[in-house]
Design a protein around this ligand. Structure first.
Ligand SMILES: [Fe+2]
Length: 355
C-alpha cells in the first residue's frame, strides 16, 4: 500500500473530529480507508436476549470478525447458546457478573476475558443483587449473520446486509454513557478454568477464562510491555486479542495486516492514531477500525493502554516470533503485566489489584 506517514502533530487534543467518525462512512469506505469508532457508538440490536451495540461488523466493512458491546443490567441474563461455526471471546470491561465457562458459572471482573470455542455452550448473566450494569466487549469470529436478522440489518432469504437500514440506525444511535476510568485489572480467581492451568488443547476444546494482563510476551511493534492474550499458542484459532501498555511519546511501528481485520481500542490515556492515510486524535474508548490492508499506527500523548481484537490472529506478527516456525506454533509462558512494568503511569496499577 503506497503510504507516506508524516509525524503526528503536537497540538491540543480534541475528540476525533467528526469527519473521521465511522458513522459518517459507508462500509466500503471503512474497508478501504478505516475510521474511528467508539465503544459507546454504534447501531443497537438484541442478541441472545442482551442489549447489543455493534462496533465492528459486516455492517461497517468487517468480514472476519464482529466486535459488539453488551450491556446487562442487574438481574439480566443471556440465553444459553452455542455456535457451531464461530468462536467467541467476552471481555468484562466494566461492572462484574458471571459467565458459563467450561460448564461452570464463574465470576468475571473487569479485565477477565472468557473464550468459547465453536461447539461450546455460552451464557452470561448479571446477578440481581449487582449494583451496576455489566459491560462486555465481545468478538465473534466469523460473524454470525443471523444475529442481525431481527434488527432488520440482514436479509436472511436474500443473504445480504441491509446497508440503508444500517446507515440510518448507526447515524441516529444515541451514544451510551460509559465511564472512561480504566477498571480492568489482573485476576486469577477460579484457577481451574484459567488457561495457565490448562493445556492449549484443553483451551481449544473447552474454553477458558483469560485475563488481559497475562499472555505471551511480544515486542514486534516496538511498544510494550505487550502480551498476546488470545492467539494460537494459547489454544484459540480464530479469536485474537492483544493488550499493551505504552509510555508517553512512544510510537509503535505503523503496519497493516494482510489477512486479518483488526479493531483496536484505546482503553486508557490519550493518543493519536494513524488510520489509513491520516492521523486522528483519540480519547479513551475510541476504536481504530482497521480492516485487513488498512495501515494503522499509534503514538501516545499520555501513558496509555491499548489493544484489541483481530481475526484471524495476526499471522504477520506471529511469523517473526520464536513462537512460530514453518507452520507450527509453540505455546509460550504466561507473563503478567505488573504495575511496576508500566513506567510513567501513576493511575491504575494492574499488578496491585487484588482478586
Ligand atoms: Fe495492528
Amino acid at each position: 500500500m503506497p503510504c507516506r506517514i508524516e509525524p503526528p502533530l503536537k497540538k491540543p487534543l480534541t475528540m476525533a473530529i467528526e469527519e473521521h467518525r465511522a458513522k459518517n462512512f459507508t462500509h466500503h469506505e471503512i474497508r478501504a480507508r478505516g475510521a474511528v469508532g467508539n465503544l459507546a457508538e454504534g447501531a443497537e440490536n438484541r442478541t441472545h436476549g442482551v442489549r447489543t451495540r455493534m462496533i465492528a461488523w459486516p455492517g461497517n466493512g468487517y468480514i472476519t470478525e464482529a466486535v459488539h458491546v453488551l450491556t446487562l443490567s442487574p438481574g439480566e441474563s443471556s440465553t444459553h447458546y452455542t455456535y457451531d461455526l464461530a468462536e467467541e471471546a467476552m471481555l468484562c470491561f466494566q461492572g462484574s457478573g458471571e459467565a458459563l465457562v467450561r460448564g461452570q458459572w464463574v465470576t468475571i471482573k473487569p479485565g477477565d476475558l472468557a473464550y468459547f470455542p465453536e461447539g461450546v455452550e455460552h451464557a452470561v448473566r448479571n446477578p440481581a443483587d449487582s449494583e451496576r450494569d455489566l459491560i462486555l466487549v465481545t468478538q465473534i469470529s466469523p460473524p454470525q449473520l443471523d444475529l442481525y436478522v431481527d434488527g432488520g440489518f440482514y436479509h436472511k432469504q436474500l443473504g445480504v446486509m441491509n446497508f440503508e437500514a444500517i446507515r440510518k440506525a448507526t447515524f441516529n444511535a444515541h451514544p451510551a454513557q460509559l465511564s472512561k476510568t480504566l477498571e480492568m485489572g489482573y485476576h486469577d480467581t477460579h484457577p481451574e478454568v484459567r488457561p495457565w492451568s490448562l493445556t492449549p488443547e484443553e483451551v481449544r476444546s473447552g474454553g477458558a477464562l483469560f485475563n488481559v494482563y497475562s499472555g505471551a510476551e511480544f515486542s514486534g511493534i516496538g511498544v510494550g510491555p505487550m502480551r498476546l492474550v488470545l492467539w494460537p499458542g494459547a489454544g484459540t484459532q480464530r479469536c485474537g486479542f492483544n493488550y499493551t501498555y505504552v509510555a508517553a511519546d512512544v510510537p509503535d511501528v505503523a503496519h497493516y495486516h494482510p489477512a486479518s481485520d483488526e479493531c483496536l481500542i484505546l482503553w486508557a490515556g490519550r493518543a493519536q492514531a494513524f488510520v489509513g492515510d491520516r492521523w486522528i486524535d483519540l480519547e479513551p474508548l475510541d476504536v481504530v477500525l482497521a480492516p485487513c490492508g488498512v495501515m494503522h499506527g499509534h503514538r501516545s500523548h499520555q501513558p496509555t493502554f491499548f489493544g484489541g481484537f483481530a481475526s484471524p490472529p495476526q499471522h504477520d506478527l506471529l511469523v517473526n516470533t520464536p513462537y512460530y516456525s514453518d507452520g507450527k506454533v509453540k505455546p509460550a509462558p504466561y507473563v503478567q503485566i505488573r504495575g511496576e512494568d508500566c513506567v510513567g503511569y501513576d493511575g491504575f496499577k494492574p499488578g496491585d489489584v487484588s482478586t
